[in-house]
Structure formats: C-alpha cells, structure tokens
Ligand binder design. Structure first.
Ligand SMILES: [Zn+2]
Length: 186
C-alpha cells in the first residue's frame, strides 16, 4: 500500500507539472537543434512560379549602377540585408532587382548593348530553366562576342545576373507555407 501511495503521489506530481516538463523539453530541443543560419547553410532562392532553385544567398554580389533610379536595403534573405536597386526599361516599366555572381537561369543570347542598365555591359533576358518565367537579365562585358557559352559566362568574374525580387521566393519562407496547421495534427 505504501509503495502504491508513493507511485500515485509521484504520478500526480509528474502529470501536475506536465506543462513545465513539456516547456523544458521544447526549450532544450530549441537549444540543441541547430538552425540553418547557425549551421552555415545557404538560404536558397526559388523561382516563384515553379519552385526551381535559382540561387543561394552566398551568390549575392551587389553591383551598383549609376543608372538605378534608387536603391534600398531590403531584408530579403534570412537576416542578411540585401541591397535592392530600382530600374526602368525604355517602356517605362520598373523593376526592383538584386544582383548575383551567378544564378541557374537560361540566358537568351545574342546579348544586346542597347538600353543597358550597366554601362560597359551588354545584357540578355534570363528565364527560369524549368518553367521559362522571366526572372531578370544576365550581364556580360560589352566587348565580348554577342553569343558565348554558358560555361564561359559562369566561369568569368566579369559577369553577373540581376534578378527581379518579385519573381523569387525564399526557400525558408516557402517551408513555412508548407507546414501542417496545428488543427490537422493528431
Ligand atoms: Zn520556374
């Protein structure tokens, strides 16, 4: 009987404090499980139309243009402040873009030297290789031939890609959209 009473008291104590136990477990998990940023993992940027992996935050390379209408710091990728520039094309359409050292986009050569946003560089339209959505433009030195191979473009330090921020989606943000709502969990 004595042992039974002890077990009963212990279980009452445990279940009575269950919310404390759960809180401690959650807190410990939060401490032990490394976050992506702490683990040094790249935050991927996806095509907003189809989810294709276009670039990562480590590919960002800010290239300022004196032809930009404005620029601002945008907290776009994780906690990194990424500079965004506003450009206008000859038709008066404005685009906010982020520049990348490289990106997995399909470039539509031949490159055009006219109406460039970067003097000294010619440009090609850049589209998503999976769904063909227009994502931005690829820039290469204007003294280069109008048509080059993708390998030459990717390997060069003189090339870059400007992607329209509205056409991209952060992988981490996309993951939050895919989380199962609490009400659907058993
Ligand atoms: Zn796509």
């Amino acid at each position: 009987m004595f042992v039974g009473q002890k077990v009963m008291r212990l279980s009452q104590l445990l279940f009575g404090k269950m919310h404390v136990v759960v809180s401690i477990c959650v807190w410990l998990c939060w401490l032990v499980l490394p976050c992506r940023a702490c683990a040094g993992e790249d935050d991927l940027l996806l095509c907003r139309s189809c989810g294709h992996e276009v670039a990562s935050d480590s590919d960002v390379r800010f290239i300022a243009s004196r032809l930009a209408l404005s620029h601002r710091n945008n907290t776009m990728i994780g906690d990194k402040r990424i500079p965004v520039q506003l450009f206008e094309n000859p038709q008066g359409v404005q685009f906010e873009v982020v520049t990348f050292r490289r990106a997995d986009v399909f470039k539509h050569w031949p490159a055009d030297k006219h109406f460039t946003w970067y003097p000294g560089y010619s440009w090609t339209i850049a589209t998503c290789p999976r769904c063909s959505a227009h994502l931005g433009w690829a820039f290469q030195p204007s003294e280069w031939p109008d048509i080059v191979t993708d390998a030459i473009f990717q390997e060069s330090e003189q090339t870059f890609v400007a992607l329209i921020i509205d056409k991209l989606l952060q992988e981490n943000f996309a993951a939050t959209l895919l989380m199962v709502p609490k009400s659907f969990r058993s």
